[in-house]
Design a protein around this ligand. Structure first.
Ligand SMILES: Cc1cc2nc3c(=O)[nH]c(=O)nc-3n(C[C@H](O)[C@H](O)[C@H](O)COP(=O)(O)OP(=O)(O)OC[C@H]3O[C@@H](n4cnc5c(N)ncnc54)[C@H](O)[C@@H]3O)c2cc1C
Length: 317
């Protein structure tokens, strides 16, 4: 079976989440005796495609009109690439782009989709997939029927693949002008930050409703994150209150992360928040309440007021 990974470029590199998808694809290839290939779509992706070739032979579709991942265009492109390469299994990262674009490709291919997969196994000659459900409360094993199976891999469940020897990069022959263009990119609005993205940071300092203002959150959570070169996360309550930026939200309806260290400060640990961070390697918490549910998952806890503890920590680091 041919397995095609839809990898995302990040500058000259392969996006961290896509490297986790490559790991799941390699596991599937080992379980089903398959071969893996990578496809990368975008504009100005030559360097990232060369980086991708260190994981598997890479095929590119590069055009200025593909600079932004509009779902109709990318979905149709992916469907054409899958047909051209004769892939029976397609794996992408469970990023916003991944879920948006490969879902459309799956529909166009008449394929079956498995989202947020965490593992796979060969059972009686058929690949079955483990996926999280109900805010991470259930780990289900599902079998996908049909000729083309499309899977998104949950980044937090799979270690990113390590590069080996570079292999080949081949440009695909696809008529870009024939791709749909009903969705047009207008603009993207995001805060510029020198901090690593919450999904990619090795250390995440995360703040919740304990913080009274956006300035407090930035000064204390941001200040501590900067001391350790970490990213900043937050609960949904802090986002809803306008205290933390939307892109920092961790949880069922936010980002799903698994950093080396997650420090949750002034966060109670609601099940929807736990769904986004409970796979972190080390979990630490600072809370005034020694019965906060997050403490049940924490390797380390400090019962203290965030407004006193964080300045002390910053001063000591
Ligand atoms: C469908 C749905 C989806 C959701 N998705 C998400 C999601 O993706 N992510 C998410 O986070 N939530 C999500 N929620 C919301 C979730 O249920 C909780 O409401 C939210 O996580 C609570 O945020 P919090 O822990 O910051 O606030 P709270 O639950 O109010 O907890 C605040 C904590 O701060 C502590 N505290 C207060 N003052 C201090 C202080 N000075 N110093 C130290 N500690 C202090 C308190 O003891 C408490 O433990 C979702 C809810 C629903 C219904």
């Amino acid at each position: 079976m041919k397995i095609l990974i839809i990898a995302e470029a990040q500058g000259a590199e392969v996006r961290h989440a896509s490297r986790s998808a490559i790991t799941l694809a390699k596991n599937a290839a080992a379980a089903a005796n398959g071969d893996i290939e990578i496809a990368m779509i975008g504009d100005d992706i030559a360097a990232a495609a060369t980086a991708a070739s260190a994981y598997a032979p890479t095929f590119t579709l590069s055009d200025a009109s593909l600079a932004h991942p509009t779902a109709d265009r990318y979905g149709a492109a992916i469907a054409q690439i899958v047909k051209q390469r004769g892939a029976g299994l397609v794996i992408a990262a469970s990023t916003s782009q991944g879920k948006d674009c490969v879902a459309r490709a799956a529909a166009q291919l008449g394929g079956t989709m498995v989202t947020d997969a965490t593992a796979c196994e060969n059972r009686d000659g058929k690949l079955v997939w483990q996926r999280t459900m109900h805010a991470g409360g259930v780990a289900a094993w599902v079998a996908a029927h049909g000729d083309t199976v499309v899977v998104t891999a949950l980044q937090s469940a799979c270690e990113p693949a390590e590069p080996t020897e570079k292999t080949s990069v081949t440009a695909l022959d696809i008529d870009v002008a024939s791709l749909p263009s009903a969705i047009q990119f207008e603009s993207v609005s995001t805060k510029q930050s020198n901090r690593p993205d919450v999904t990619e940071a090795a250390v995440v300092i995360s703040g919740g409703r304990a913080f009274k203002t956006a300035d407090d959150y930035e000064r204390l959570i941001g200040g501590l994150a900067d001391k350790v070169g970490g990213g900043t996360g937050s609960s949904r309550a802090a986002v809803d209150a306008g205290i933390a930026p939307n892109e920092n939200q961790v949880g069922q309806t936010g980002k799903i992360i698994a950093p080396d260290l997650y420090l949750g400060i002034g966060i109670s640990g609601a099940v929807q928040h736990l769904a986004g961070m409970k796979n972190s390697k080390i979990i630490a918490a600072i809370n005034t309440d020694d019965e906060a549910p997050l403490l049940d998952y924490a390797d380390f806890a400090l019962i203290a007021d965030a407004y006193e503890a964080i300045p002390e920590l910053i001063a000591k680091l």
